[in-house]
Ligand binder design. Structure first.
Ligand SMILES: Cc1cc2nc3c(=O)[nH]c(=O)nc-3n(C[C@H](O)[C@H](O)[C@H](O)COP(=O)(O)O)c2cc1C
Length: 192
């Protein structure tokens, strides 16, 4: 099994330490809450992300553990995610709006992703960890929180304090024990 530091990236050249150490874990320390200052910093970081035409098509539903909202979001996750995400300090539903008063927003999904990247970076700076999830029932979640088009729940992020992967039940430990891999940069460059 990997010790937590084994999850850090082996980078070809040095990159910012927060990016090199970022990784998604399912091991979250239970009984930990987010402070109001942390929540404010996370949302502020997302708020200042760039977006097409500065349209800012990101919206969020923040559900702190121990609240009814948290349970309602948790219940919409796929069973495999529900098994570990209940330990999160908060579940953040990342919602995009696919249109504004002027018309469709073709880059809404892209912009929401950038806002989440900003939020994730700020979370790391706050000593927190983020694991995003596409494994949830978007229709059920939209219905549960009365989200109507053009609002589209796009991901759910489990935010919390990293726990010990050794404490994970075998059924959910898989990703935390797998070697982290990436395509080489040469494969990303279309004009090498
Ligand atoms: C859009 C998106 C959806 C994801 N969905 C899930 C998910 O449903 N369950 C899960 O455990 N991890 C999920 N992940 C986490 C990825 O599996 C993880 O980011 C990927 O394996 C790379 O690992 P790393 O983040 O540690 O670099 C998701 C990540 C993203 C960005």
């Amino acid at each position: 099994m990997n010790a937590p530091t084994d999850r850090h990236a082996t980078t070809a050249v040095p990159i910012h330490p927060l990016l090199a150490t970022r990784h998604s874990t399912r091991a979250l320390a239970p009984d930990t809450g987010l402070t109001d200052a942390q929540v404010a910093a996370l949302l502020e970081a997302a708020r200042w992300a760039p977006s097409a035409g500065n349209t800012q098509p990101w919206r969020f539903l923040l559900a702190r553990r121990g609240t009814g909202e948290f349970k309602r979001v948790l219940d919409c996750l796929d069973p495999g995610n529900r098994d570990w995400a209940g330990h999160a300090s908060a579940l953040l539903v990342a919602v995009r709006t696919d249109a504004n008063a002027k018309g469709p927003l073709s880059h809404a999904m892209y912009d929401l992703g950038q806002a989440m990247a900003h939020l994730t970076f700020q979370a790391l700076a706050e000593g927190l960890t983020v694991r995003q999830m596409g494994g949830f029932d978007a229709a059920a979640l939209a219905s549960e929180f009365d989200l109507e088009a053009p609002l589209v729940p796009t991901t759910v992020a489990a935010i919390g304090l990293a726990g010990d992967p050794a404490d994970l039940p075998e059924s959910v430990a898989g990703p935390d024990r797998k070697r982290r891999e990436r395509l080489p940069v040469e494969d990303l460059l279309l004009n090498p």
